[in-house]
Design a protein around this ligand. Structure first.
Ligand code: PSV
Ligand code: MN
Length: 386
């Protein structure tokens, strides 16, 4: 059986990055429901992220999305984060919300628009230089709605050219995370639709380029833990955008739709001893109907619970059963760990770190929500496109 001290050490090493946009208003294309107390600017988003870290002890960084989080002085923003006990994480580029990008950004047939998109990506690296961020996360909505609309292969060439230019601009210690998505907004062909396409571009680029797996970006039924295992073996898994889905890119709280899938993913991470290997465990979620800060806290707890279960897998017994061809025995080892109630263990761990054993109760008791509702009563709430 795994040693309890090792399980606790593994859990202590787990860091989850929360996204600035999870604290702002967001939802579906049908309706975004505004909520009281929502941040009005990136500073207030960082304050909310720091509150999540205060109660969980496991969310020390916050990802930014540019231009949603554009500020005049990024060094001031980074210093503000530091004062609150968190740091700026990945810089997410946004080349999907400008009118110019109707036919694509870096794969657009028009070279002027490609250049505009590239300039934005390079600006994101400038921001990384100032904030000390390690990761540039790239997601492209580029794709086609109709067969024949553009040349599939030319678009790969344009993509490779832009990625190369960004890669060359990265400094020491900076990385590119290349995200894929099967469909939406493009419905016929997406230029980076799957992990294989992302992986191939990353291999061509070099060691600083790695794949980002957004758990909501696959066809239904896709075996995501296989992708995790494959990319870990190849040294090309850079990050996760965690969220849950029932149907498509639902962006619900991670671990809510399929906690067993989250366990299977974390099981591959633990199997590869990759909990603290530099993989960015990020959330990419939209909280439309549920209160945002508690939803992020819940998500962090869900990842912790899945990780605790993965750490409890009896690796020796599993291997022995696998090598003996004991199908049911091997499956039972995994299920025993999954079916363990790890909540007492996590509560104990939090108490040992001086935290309240129940982060959600601690948040409710903190008075933070009442304070932000009052303080943020006036002004324009942040949201998509803000
Ligand atoms: C695209 O669906 C995506 O997953 C990318 O990561 C974007 O940056 C993010 O959502 C925006 O919420
Ligand atoms: Mn994502």
């Amino acid at each position: 059986m795994p040693n309890l001290a090792d399980v606790k050490a593994g859990l202590r090493s787990l860091e989850i990055e929360t996204p600035s946009w999870a604290y702002g208003n967001s939802g579906t294309r049908f309706k975004v429901f505004p909520q009281p107390g929502v941040p009005r600017n990136p500073y207030e988003k960082i304050s909310d992220a720091a509150q999540v870290h205060r109660h969980t002890g496991s969310a020390p960084s916050v990802a930014l999305h540019i231009p949603w989080d554009r500020v005049d002085d990024y060094s001031e923003l980074a210093a503000y984060a530091k004062d609150l006990g968190v740091r700026i994480g990945a810089i997410n580029s946004n080349v999907f919300q400008d009118n110019d990008y109707r036919l694509g950004s870096v794969t657009n047939p028009d070279p002027k628009i490609r250049q505009k998109a590239l300039n934005h990506l390079l600006e994101c690296v400038d921001i990384m230089d100032v904030t000390g961020s390690r990761d540039l996360k790239l997601w492209f909505s580029d794709g086609l709605n109709y067969p024949g609309q553009d040349d599939l292969r030319d678009r790969q060439d344009r993509l490779a050219e832009a990625l190369h230019a960004v890669y060359e601009r990265l400094g020491d210690g900076q990385r590119m995370l290349l995200e894929y998505k099967l469909f939406e907004p493009a419905f016929y062909a997406t230029d980076i639709p799957d992990w294989g396409t992302s992986y191939a571009h990353c291999v061509e680029l070099g060691p600083k380029a790695t794949v980002c797996i957004d758990t909501g970006h696959h066809a239904p039924g896709t075996n995501i833990e296989f992708i995790v295992a494959f990319l870990l073996r190849a040294g090309k898994l850079g990050a996760f955008d965690f969220n849950s889905r029932f149907y498509a890119d639902d962006d619900l709280m991670v671990g809510s739709a399929d906690p067993f899938q989250l366990f299977r993913i974390m099981n591959e991470i633990v199997r590869a001893d990759a909990l603290a290997s530099g993989i960015a465990f990020m959330l990419d979620q939209c909280h439309n109907i549920e209160p945002k800060i508690p939803a992020v806290i819940r998500s962090v707890m869900n990842v912790q619970e899945a990780t605790a279960k993965a750490l409890l897998v009896d690796r020796d017994a599993l291997r022995a059963a696998q090598q003996a061809g004991d199908v049911l025995g091997a499956n039972a080892v995994l299920m025993d760990a999954y079916n363990t109630d790890v909540r007492p263990l996590l509560a104990e761990l939090r108490a040992e770190s001086g935290l309240h054993p129940d982060p959600l109760a601690a948040y409710r008791a903190s008075g933070y929500f009442e304070r932000i509702v009052t303080e943020r009563a006036e002004g324009q709430q942040a949201g998509w496109g803000a």
